[in-house]
Design a binder for this molecule. Structure first.
Ligand SMILES: NC(=O)C1=CN([C@@H]2O[C@H](COP(=O)(O)OP(=O)(O)OC[C@H]3O[C@@H](n4cnc5c(N)ncnc54)[C@H](O)[C@@H]3O)[C@@H](O)[C@H]2O)[C@@H](O)CC1
Ligand SMILES: Nc1ncnc2c1ncn2[C@@H]1O[C@H](COP(=O)(O)OP(=O)(O)O)[C@@H](O)[C@H]1O
Ligand SMILES: [K+]
Length: 511
């Protein structure tokens, strides 16, 4: 699903109005109808107090129109107009008149007003600011927002949590609605998925208000949300007469004394995701352990006992995954540097492999184009420098990826794969995956997919999704706390099965 900027959403609104020859308040009516249906189908007339806080723009207009529909269906409502500006939108004013026609009189909240009482049992509808927010809310509006947040009521935000700008960090983190649920129009917003702004969104859902589908299809978006529909077409089915050579020979280079497990996890994941063959290159100390732990993986060792030195392999791997548990010993840095100069295979680079690159930036020119780098935020910062906001982070990562023609996988709750000026936002995974070694598993997965012929950016997008799905299935079986990285590997097969599962309706039809 595409993720549009605020500007693109306004253009989509405009093109819909033109194409369908409707008025902008018709679109607002549609939006409010969708909001109403969502709420009504859940409440089914339950007598709960619904307090609607409406701004004076179109987001407020949505709230006022929703208030009318709730009132007409007998709900107990209280409407407040948050009067933060005298530049009221036409559709807001139109809907305010329609509400007054029903003899519903909103209270106006101004600078001087007392904050209304909100019970934890109330439902709050937050329609103060939408995507038009372009400067810091006044302090009195911020205080109202903080008051709503402190009420412990269920807060339903219209389109976006009020106070959250779409393209920069909030001016004051306390002046943003902490939404229990966000009903967002047509397309999800990038801020829902970024670490600093996603915290304001507990749950979200998109409401289809029928914006011009041609416009959406033909407009290039900087970001895309990656769910099952986006991932399924990337899957490469296995053919009957294929053999292990068809699915590539992966080389995993890594490990050091005390960190051989990282290679075990990565090579096991690489094999489990379907690489035809996997060879691990490790320091001598790990030989017995790795051969015992994963007998299917072939093992080569360097000349030193505890660290990798002189990476010599007697074959040309299809793909190389390098860096997990590798450390930063001087010999290892030299070995990595020499290996980069002679290596001809595409690469996946992780962990200390990335840290070595950050400290020896001249090595970057030898990294094969289209390689996949998989940094967590700290590793990314070492690579591209400090950022002030998630938005700056993404811009810098995009520029770095473009400059070196690389794929960068920024790991996190919503891992974002950046390539060729675009960002692909993952939707699978859970906090149980915040555990040692889960990144090593991802390195193995992406390497193993590239070995099977997935293009690097596809391997990254598909791999991140599958890794998260394995995490979700692992968490269902074990719970968050007990989810270890090895459990992720165990669930790779289930994740494939889940991805390829026929939807239930189709199954019924074929039975
Ligand atoms: N345009 C359309 O056709 C549709 C718009 N819809 C709604 O319209 C919203 C956007 O509406 P608007 O563009 O009116 O913007 P908002 O309702 O988000 O904001 C209202 C206005 O306040 C001003 N403003 C921004 N920051 C402020 C601040 N800190 N203090 C005081 N004033 C400030 C801006 O000039 C802005 O236009 C969407 O989020 C959505 O809820 C929906 O009704 C669907 C259809
Ligand atoms: N809260 C979370 N929700 C979803 N996925 C997470 C979360 N925390 C971590 N992950 C995932 O777990 C992996 C952690 O990788 P990394 O930080 O490299 O760990 P390690 O170095 O221990 O292997 C990443 O793929 C990341 O996306
Ligand atoms: K809102």
């Amino acid at each position: 699903m595409k993720i549009f900027s605020a500007q693109q959403i306004y253009q989509a609104d405009k093109s819909t109005i033109q194409k369908e020859q409707i008025k902008s308040d018709d679109l607002m009516e549609r939006a409010a109808n969708q909001l109403f249906e969502w709420l009504h189908s859940r409440l089914r007339g339950t007598q709960v107090n619904i307090q609607l806080f409406c701004g004076i723009g179109n987001n407020g207009g949505d709230g006022i129109a929703l208030a009318r529909m709730l009132h007409e269906h007998g709900y107990s409502i209280k409407v407040y107009v948050v009067n933060y500006s005298d530049k009221r939108s036409e559709d807001f004013l139109l809907n305010l008149e329609r509400l007054k026609d029903l003899k519903v009189w909103p209270d106006f909240i101004n600078k001087e007003s007392d904050l209304p009482e909100i019970s934890p049992n109330d439902i709050v509808v937050d329609a103060i600011f939408g995507i038009g927010l372009n400067r810091a809310p006044d302090d009195w509006v911020g205080s109202l927002i903080a008051h709503i947040n402190n009420s412990r009521a269920f807060v339903l935000s219209v389109d976006v949590p009020s106070g959250l700008p779409l393209d920069e960090a909030p001016w004051n983190p306390d002046y943003v609605i902490q939404a229990s649920y966000v009903l967002s129009f047509q397309l999800p917003k990038l801020v829902f998925f970024l670490p600093k702004t996603g915290v304001y969104v507990n749950q979200w859902e998109v409401l289809d208000i029928g914006l011009n589908p041609d416009f959406i299809a033909n407009t290039e978006a900087d970001f895309e949300l990656i769910g099952r529909p986006e991932v399924l077409p990337l899957y490469r089915p296995r053919l009957k007469f294929s053999h292990k050579g068809t699915f590539g020979h992966s080389l995993i280079v890594g490990g050091s004394y005390g960190k051989i497990g990282a290679v075990q996890l990565a090579s096991n994941a690489c094999l489990t995701v379907g690489s035809g063959m996997v060879t691990a290159f490790i320091p001598k100390c790990g030989y017995d352990a790795l051969q015992t732990a994963v007998p299917e993986v072939m093992v080569l060792t360097g000349s030193r006992d505890k660290y990798i030195s002189g990476i010599e392999v007697p074959f040309q791997p299809t793909v190389v995954g390098i860096g997990v548990g590798i450390g930063q010993d001087d010999d290892t840095v030299s070995a990595f540097c020499a290996f980069l100069k002679k290596n001809k295979s595409p690469m996946v680079i992780d962990a200390d492999g990335l840290n070595i690159l950050s400290q020896n930036t001249e090595m970057l020119k030898d990294v094969p184009e289209m390689s996949v780098l998989t940094p967590h935020p700290k590793e990314l910062e070492r690579l591209i420098g400090y950022w002030d906001s998630d938005f700056e982070k993404l811009e810098k990562a995009k520029a770095f990826a473009l400059k070196h023609n690389l794929v960068i996988v920024i790991k996190g709750a919503h891992t974002i794969t950046v390539y060729n000026g675009k960002g692909y936002v993952n939707t699978t995974g859970n906090p149980g995956m915040a555990t040692a070694g889960s990144g090593d598993v991802l390195t193995g997965i992406i390497t193993g997919l590239m070995a099977q012929g997935y293009a690097p950016v596809e391997a990254a997008i598909f791999g991140v999704y599958l890794h998260g799905l394995a995490g979700d299935m692992g968490a269902s079986a074990k719970g968050y706390e007990a989810l270890k990285a090895s459990v992720l590997v165990e669930h790779i097969g289930n994740a494939y099965a889940e991805l390829l599962r026929q939807p239930e309706v189709e199954q019924k039809e074929t039975n």
